[in-house]
Design a protein around this ligand. Structure first.
Ligand SMILES: [Zn+2]
Length: 361
C-alpha cells in the first residue's frame, strides 16, 4: 500500500497520447536483413528491449487507475514505464550497481533436458549476492515500505518492472553453460551465443529493430491474444494464479519454474547445439515461446503492481484500467541516459545505506 499524500505531492499528469490501433506485423524469418542481426543491446544478461519494454507497456494496459498513478509517481520526471523497465540492466553494469548483477537470474542446478527444476534453497544462494527470486521478494517489500525515501522506492519499482520480465526468460533460470552464454551457435551465419539469441536476436529477426512502433505493435498483438485470442484461457486460469504479494517467494518460484520448464521442453532439448545454425527451424519454434513468455510477464507484472497498490490483481475482467499515457512515444525525447545519470546521482548519496538492501542468498 502507499501513502496517498505522496501521490498528491508528486503526481504530474502525463501528457495525453492517443492509443494506436492494433496492427499485425508478420515478417517471415526468411525476410531478415543480416544487419538486423548485428544490432547490439546493452548488457549480456538481459531480455532485450522487445522483452522488457513490451512487458512494461503490456502491463501498463492492465493497471488499475490508482496503480497507474502510483507508478507515475515513482517514475522519474515522466520517464516512460518502458525506459524504466530497462534501467536495471544499465545499473548492473556501472560500478555503483554491480552488486545487483546476480539479481537478474537464478542458476538452476538441474540437468536439462532430462531434469528441469528450480530449487530456491539449492540455486539462489549459489550466486553469493542473491538471485532474481530473493531480489523480487526484497523489492516487493521495499516498494511498500513507506519509511523509505522516494528514490529508494522508485528504485524498487524499476527493479520489479525489470525482474518480472527477466524471470520469464528461460535461460535466466538455468545454470548450464552459464545460462547458455557459453554455447556458441550460429544465427543466420553470424556467431552468437545461445543466451543472446533468446534475449533478443530471435525476436528481432522476426520483428526488426525494437523501435517504439515495433514495441507498440507487439504489445497490441499480445493484448489481443490475451483478451480473446490464443492466450485467453491460459491467462485467466493459469497466469494469474499466483499473484499474492505476501507470498512473493512462492510466486516468483512458480514463475521461474515455468520459464525453466521451457529449458527442457525446447531451449536445450537438443543437447548438442554447439556450433549449429539456429536461425531457421529452431528460431521459428522459439518465437511462440518468447512471445508467450513476454505476454505472461506483462500480465503478471500488472497483477503484481495492482496487488501492491490496490490489494487486488484487477485481472478478473470487470475492471477498467488507467491510461498511463505511455502509448505513443515516437518523436519523444531520447533522454534516457540523462535520466539515468540523474537517478544515479540521486541514489549515490544513499548508496552506503544500500548495504541493507543487498540480499544475502
Ligand atoms: Zn536483466
Amino acid at each position: 500500500m502507499f501513502d496517498r499524500r505522496d501521490v498528491d505531492r508528486a503526481y504530474r499528469a502525463p501528457s495525453i497520447q492517443s492509443c494506436s490501433p492494433p496492427t499485425t506485423v508478420k515478417m517471415q524469418l526468411t525476410t531478415l536483413l543480416p544487419a538486423l542481426l548485428l544490432s547490439s543491446l546493452p548488457g549480456t544478461q538481459a531480455w532485450g528491449f522487445y522483452g522488457h519494454k513490451t512487458v512494461a507497456l503490456l502491463a501498463s494496459r492492465y493497471l488499475l487507475p490508482e496503480t497507474s498513478v502510483f507508478v507515475q509517481t515513482y517514475l522519474y520526471r515522466g520517464q516512460s514505464i518502458m525506459d524504466a523497465a530497462v534501467w536495471a540492466d544499465r545499473y548492473a553494469h556501472i560500478p555503483l550497481g554491480r552488486y545487483s548483477k546476480t539479481w537478474h537470474y537464478i542458476d538452476a542446478r538441474d540437468d536439462p533436458p532430462r531434469v528441469c527444476e528450480v530449487n530456491y534453497d539449492r540455486d539462489c544462494a549459489v550466486a553469493g549476492g542473491g538471485c532474481i527470486i530473493s531480489a523480487l521478494v526484497n523489492m516487493t517489500a521495499r516498494i511498500q515500505d513507506e519509511s523509505l525515501p522516494w528514490a529508494q522506492r522508485a528504485q524498487a519499482l524499476r527493479f520489479i518492472l525489470h525482474f518480472v520480465g527477466d524471470i520469464h526468460q528461460p535461460l535466466h533460470t538455468e545454470h548450464k553453460s552459464l545460462g547458455g552464454n557459453r554455447i556458441k551457435v550460429l544465427f543466420h551465419g553470424h556467431e552468437a551465443n545461445l543466451h543472446s539469441i533468446w534475449d533478443s536476436k530471435i525476436i528481432e529477426a522476426v520483428r526488426g529493430r525494437p523501435t517504439e512502433r515495433g514495441i507498440i505493435n507487439l504489445t497490441n498483438e499480445l493484448q489481443d491474444r490475451i483478451e480473446g485470442g490464443e492466450y485467453a484461457t491460459e491467462a485467466k486460469e493459469n497466469w494469474k494464479s499466483c499473484l499474492n504479494t505476501t507470498a512473493a517467494e512462492e510466486c516468483a518460484l512458480v514463475w521461474a519454474s515455468g520459464a525453466n520448464k521451457w529449458v527442457c521442453d525446447y531451449v536445450l532439448k537438443d543437447e548438442d547445439l554447439e556450433g549449429k545454425e539456429l536461425g531457421g527451424e529452431y528460431a521459428e519454434g522459439a518465437v511462440p515461446i518468447i512471445e508467450k513468455s513476454i505476454a505472461q510477464a506483462g500480465y503478471r507484472l500488472a497483477g503484481w503492481l495492482n496487488m501492491l497498490v490496490v490489494g487486488k490483481d484487477g485481472l478478473d475482467g470487470t475492471e477498467s484500467f488507467g491510461n498511463g499515457g505511455w502509448e505513443v512515444l515516437e518523436g519523444a525525447r531520447e533522454g534516457v541516459e540523462e535520466v539515468d545519470r540523474e537517478i544515479e546521482e540521486m541514489i549515490e548519496e544513499g548508496a552506503r545505506r544500500f548495504e541493507g538492501l543487498r540480499v544475502q542468498g
